[in-house]
Write a protein that binds this ligand. Structure first.
Ligand code: AMP
Length: 281
């Protein structure tokens, strides 16, 4: 049975009577098959699964983006029930950021480039809310999508530095048949933008193919990413990156595992994707 809970107190009370280990799946709702894959992994590795649905105002650097984020709680709860989630925690904002709340978790260097540079304050918001969720749920395991590769790295850094006992587990990106990574934001794409959006994946695969053929210049791969995107006029690139997979520092030469990543705007919708180039290949 799936229980829908709102308050911190209810969540804590119900959790005390449920079997361990506990797997946590944090989400912002508008659930899709990417979220389902995280829940299924959590279901297979834990006796209790907690999914949270919370559109976190602190991780949006633009108020408009927050207000137009898609929401459908009834449908989300239905999906959680289908996937055997034990607890859905869907709190109001003041149950997460309780009155008088005055703490920010700010992760260092790993949170600075890429999404951190493009979206000031974003990772402070993410790290702070995830720290609250880890504290409240006390899960053995928490599941995050590799689609948000830097987010996983930021959360791992935070959990390690703050000695939080929850193990952070990254799950593979789930895609549409044409390669577009599933995202709650895809709903905002106009038909022509939706048709153009697979170019993110195509650019990543073109660069990865160059790498597999022996290309080791970071700039050559960035050029490949840019030129593939340039073939699609609706795609407005925000950044392309070929970075060290551990530090996220941009690479001149690829001499270890690298992360290709990009952020691209289609009208007002911003999409991200990435591909890991695992050394030695
Ligand atoms: P969100 O609701 O967008 O904050 O996402 C909640 C979690 O689902 C995050 O850990 C995301 O990385 C993950 N996620 C989002 N999209 C996908 C996807 N296409 N494949 C796998 N995981 C995803």
């Amino acid at each position: 049975m799936t229980q829908l809970l709102r308050s911190r107190a209810e969540l804590r009370a119900v959790l005390t009577s449920l079997p361990r280990p506990v797997g946590l799946v944090p989400t912002m709702g508008w659930l899709h098959d990417g979220h389902r894959s995280l829940i299924r992994r959590a279901r297979s590795e834990n006796r209790t699964v907690v999914a949270t649905i919370f559109v976190n105002p602190r991780q949006f650097n633009r108020a408009e983006d927050f207000s137009k984020y898609p929401r459908n709680e009834a449908r989300d709860v239905q999906i959680c029930a289908e996937e055997g989630v034990n607890i859905v925690w869907a709190p109001p904002v003041d149950e997460v950021f309780v009155p008088g709340f005055d703490t920010t978790i700010s992760v260092g260097a790993i949170a600075m480039p890429l999404e951190g540079a493009a979206r000031p304050g974003h990772f402070d918001g993410v790290a702070t809310v995830v720290a609250i969720l880890f504290g409240l749920v006390g899960a053995e395991h928490a599941y995050f999508g590799q689609k948000d590769a830097q987010q996983v790295m930021v959360i791992r850094q935070m959990a390690r530095d703050l000695a939080l006992p929850t193990q952070v587990i990254a799950c593979a990106t789930v895609r549409e048949p044409d390669g577009l990574a599933l995202s709650s934001r895809n709903v905002h794409l106009r038909p022509a933008e939706r048709a153009a959006a697979p170019v993110l994946r195509q650019a990543l695969l073109a660069a990865a193919a160059q790498w597999r053929l022996g290309e080791r210049s970071g700039e050559a791969l960035r050029t490949m990413l840019r030129s593939t995107l340039a073939g699609v006029p609706l795609a407005q690139p925000e950044y392309v990156s070929v970075a060290d997979a551990l530090t996220l520092g941009e690479l001149d030469r690829i001499e270890g595992t690298a992360l290709l990543s990009l952020a691209v705007r289609f009208g007002s919708t911003r999409l991200i994707d990435n591909e890991l180039l695992e050394w030695p290949g």
